[in-house]
Design a binder for this molecule. Structure first.
Ligand code: ADP
Ligand code: ZN
Ligand code: ZN
Length: 817
């Protein structure tokens, strides 16, 4: 009797491959284990077993496997099922899904590069001979390819050695060195130990007669200490004592008080009671009960709650219940890095039951999280993660929460699999009969449409928590303001006045500008030339601070020119504006206030983003100007004014979603204003104050926006009424892309007739020296999705055989939005 296995290889080939195993191996191997196999002439891969059977392949002689790499399955049956769904729905290969799904350390292949783990002190006596050879080689060479290791240990079959070295944490797989997640530190204060003696303390208090404020603060510290024995946070002390930082500083300088820092998570682990989740108010309770009721019939529900209505607390109740049932919870967020505040909150509630899964964590951390979920460990009961967390090996999933479900970061654009994590989560949940709770202040049209169709359940929160009013939103017509000369730089007098008032009250301001850099375009006033990126069809953006011109698509940059490159004129003009220019104007307008800037350029460094947020939270920054990073779920208590500098460049984006997105974005940005008792103010500057979307934003009219937009989607045949598949051809030669996509579109038209649009060059048709041209296939309801994809695949296969088009990459994107 012969035995065979089918495996997935982490390469973009459309098939599983069959290998031969012997009887002993057959009794040991299970699906979801990795085996080392040879593929091609000399390449070795860690492949994943999908089935064990007795049918030899028909067209080739099955090779034997090299080695079994795992003792237990590392991938579950449900995962394999989900992978097939993704591959088939999003039209990619299982190998591509496998690459996206498994942590890098599981994906060994002969091209892999390893390096020594310098954090680990190795006792080399404990190493086996072959392990030692590799270890020693790494003393002389910082990096080794697996190919090279084959020579070092003089055998082909090296993956088992590598695997052992990885497990002993002697080596790591090379990857970009990501920053590791570091919990934030908190500042504490205590009495200097010297004054623990009663008499000494009395003397000090006597001496402080002339510094009543310091004395008061000190007395307050004693009161707090008497209340409970917890360490005292500086922020708590100052707040409850109604004191300020300079008084505290004086006490610290006199060595009466001592400051010290603790890591947030260490504080939590001190064994003090975990913070309890909050008691829901009447509106939250209503929503909660409605959702519970709806979940009896529906698998998916939407919680539509305005910003700051307390959605998170409602999710928390569902999380607690699911925990009680002993089931796992997946909490999906658009971005981990931008939601530290929320994560801290959930960590306080759930502490040791919660794992944050971050694709940017180190290899070891990701592998550890993987095993914790696989083994259903306590600390992996709740997983918080961005889109890639849907790939974890859940065994007992009970609930998936998709927070901010409208965010487009849930969609992966590149590389394949081009999946949407919200939609995939719904499929994943179904496999476990788990429930899905979607939440947003501005639901996507698709989701809201599904609610209207009664496919999804629904509950609403229309009030902010604690009776806080929704911000008052006003539009400022800057066309008129420019004409009447009531603008200073990019600021209308209305906005400036409001800013002055806000600062006078000691409150903070957020300003939103959707472009980074100083100004997008530099233009010569003499000949009209503006410098372009040599690799992409875009103008270079001027960055004042570095005095550079940069391309935001490929990173190309040159020093800012002194004179026009075309005609030599020195009369250069800058058009448009970005965050950097706003920051500069602010520094001149408000010289006595601290200005912060939050965009990709300022948050790149080590913890750049967290530091900025902390500084803003602590009140060190008065005005924060930033890009859409500012719109994501941040909760700053003291912000009472939000300004949008120019709404028009959002609205004018050529995309069928531009209006919906503008609405979401402006509502979300506005939602940062006035989260405490005072009603917040929002000012939106625009050239088109009568634009329908802006009108709807200004009165918070989600339903109005929904009705208009869904009507347009219907009329112009867009989702949710039609499905869309986008097919892109890419090549460095303009003509070849043209001809190839023409051929492709024509073949599609033979089948789908006028449901094919294009080919058309996108707005930016060349990026990194590659031309792009797009074809859109629209699929009406009732047309089989499966058959449509089959037809596209057939055309693609024929396409690949045509010589003239060789080298043209075809990218297929299902639901490309
Ligand atoms: P959303 O997620 O809808 O924007 P949050 O859940 O962040 O709203 O709630 C907004 C604020 O109100 C938070 O600071 C939160 O702590 C507070 N909050 C919400 N619900 C309650 C509650 N039931 N009791 C006390 N505070 C609450
Ligand atoms: Zn010129
Ligand atoms: Zn470029």
């Amino acid at each position: 009797m012969s035995y065979f296995i089918n495996v997935i290889l982490p390469i973009p080939l459309d098939k599983e491959f069959t290998y031969r195993i012997n009887k002993t191996e057959a009794s040991f191997i299970k699906t979801g284990m990795r085996v080392a196999v040879q593929f091609g002439k000399s390449k070795i891969y860690a492949a994943l077993v999908t089935s064990i059977h007795q049918n030899p392949p028909l067209v080739y002689e099955a090779k034997e496997i090299e080695h079994i790499l795992d003792e237990k399955s590392i991938v579950t049956k449900s995962q394999l099922q989900l992978w097939s769904w993704i591959a088939s729905y999003y039209m990619c290969t299982l190998g591509e899904v496998m690459r996206a799904a498994l942590p890098g350390a599981f994906l060994l292949e002969s091209e892999t590069i390893i390096q020594r783990n310098i954090d680990n002190v190795v006792d080399d006596v404990s190493l086996k001979d072959d392990e030692f050879l590799v270890y020693e080689a790494l003393q002389h060479q910082s990096l080794l390819r697996i190919q090279e290791i084959m020579n070092i240990v003089s055998k082909k079959n090296v993956l088992p050695v590598i695997k052992r070295l990885l497990e002993k944490e002697i080596i790591t797989v090379q990857e970009e060195i990501y920053e590791q997640y570091k919990p934030k530190v908190v500042r504490f204060v205590k009495l200097h130990p010297e004054f623990a003696i009663e008499e000494k303390l009395q003397t000090v208090l006597q001496d402080m007669k002339r510094a009543p404020k310091q004395r008061e603060l000190l007395m307050h510290l004693f009161t707090l200490q008497a209340q409970n024995s917890k360490p005292i946070k500086v922020s708590d002390l100052l707040k409850t004592a109604n004191s300020n930082a300079s008084i505290l500083k004086a006490l610290i300088q006199k060595d009466i008080l001592q400051e010290y820092y603790l890591q947030k998570d260490r504080i939590d682990n001190e064994g003090e009671a975990v913070e309890n989740s909050k008691e829901l108010n009447q509106y939250q309770l209503n929503s909660y009960h409605t959702l519970k009721e709806q979940f009896r019939e529906k698998d998916v529900c939407l919680l539509h709650g305005v910003t700051s209505s307390g959605k998170t607390e409602v999710y928390t109740k569902f999380i607690e219940e699911t925990l009680q049932e002993g089931k796992q919870i997946l909490y999906l967020l658009p971005e981990i890095a931008l939601t530290t505040q929320l994560i801290t909150r959930l960590q306080n509630y759930f502490k040791d039951k919660l794992t944050v899964f971050h694709s940017k964590y180190s290899v070891n951390e990701r592998v550890e999280a993987w095993y914790n979920v696989l083994n259903n460990k306590t600390k992996a009961q709740i997983i918080i993660g961005a889109r890639s967390a849907i790939f974890l090996p859940f065994s007992n999933l009970g609930l998936i929460i998709v927070d901010e479900e409208h965010e487009n970061t849930f969609k992966q654009y590149d590389p394949a699999p081009r999946y949407h994590a919200r939609d995939t989560a719904i499929v994943l949940a179904k496999m476990f009969e788990a429930k899905v709770l979607l939440g947003s202040a501005t639901p996507s049209l698709e989701t809201y449409y599904n609610v209207k169709q009664k496919k999804y359940g629904f509950a609403e929160l229309t009030r902010r928590f604690g009776g806080v009013l929704m911000p008052e939103i006003n539009l400022v017509d800057i066309k008129t303001k420019y004409r009447k000369k009531e603008m200073t730089g990019h600021f209308s007098d209305t906005l400036l006045l409001q800013m002055q008032n806000t600062l006078k009250e000691g409150e903070q301001i957020i300003l939103f500008q959707n472009r980074r850099g100083y100004s997008p375009v530099v233009e010569c006033n003499t000949c009209g030339h503006s410098p372009q990126c040599p690799n992409c069809d875009v103008s270079l953006t001027f960055h004042h601070y570095k005095n550079q011109l940069r391309c935001h698509y490929c990173g190309y940059h040159i020093a800012m020119m002194q004179k026009c490159m075309a005609c030599g004129s020195v009369d250069l003009n800058t058009k448009g504006f970005g965050t950097e220019q706003i920051e500069k104007e602010l520094q001149e307008l408000f010289p006595d206030h601290t200005i912060g800037r939050m965009d990709q350029d300022t948050t790149r460094g080590k913890h750049g983003y967290e530091k900025l947020i902390n500084r803003f939270e602590e009140g060190e920054i008065d005005i924060m100007v930033g890009t859409q990073m500012l719109s994501k779920g941040l909760d700053f208590r003291n912000v009472s004014l939000v300004g949008v500098l120019n709404a028009d460049n959002l609205l004018n984006f050529p995309d069928f979603r531009a209006h919906e997105r503008s609405f979401h974005l402006m509502q979300q940005v506005a939602g940062r204003a006035g989260r405490t008792n005072k009603r917040g103010k929002v000012l939106i500057q625009t050239y088109n104050p009568f634009h329908q979307i802006l009108q709807q934003v200004s009165v918070n009219d989600y339903l109005g926006m929904y009705k208009d937009q869904i009507e347009e989607r219907h009329q112009y045949k867009y989702p949710p009424f039609y499905k869309i598949i986008k097919i892109t051809g890419k090549h460095k030669d303009y003509n070849r892309v043209n001809e190839a996509t023409n051929w492709f579109a024509k073949s599609l038209r033979n089948v789908f007739h006028d449901h094919v649009l294009g080919p058309e060059f996108p707005l930016i048709s060349r990026i990194r020296n590659q031309y792009h041209k797009n074809i859109i296939v629209k699929i009406p309801r009732g047309q089989s999705l499966h058959k449509t994809k089959e037809a596209i695949r057939r055309i693609h296969t024929t396409f690949s055989t045509i010589k003239e088009f060789s080298g043209v990459r075809i990218i297929i994107n299902v639901d490309p939005f």
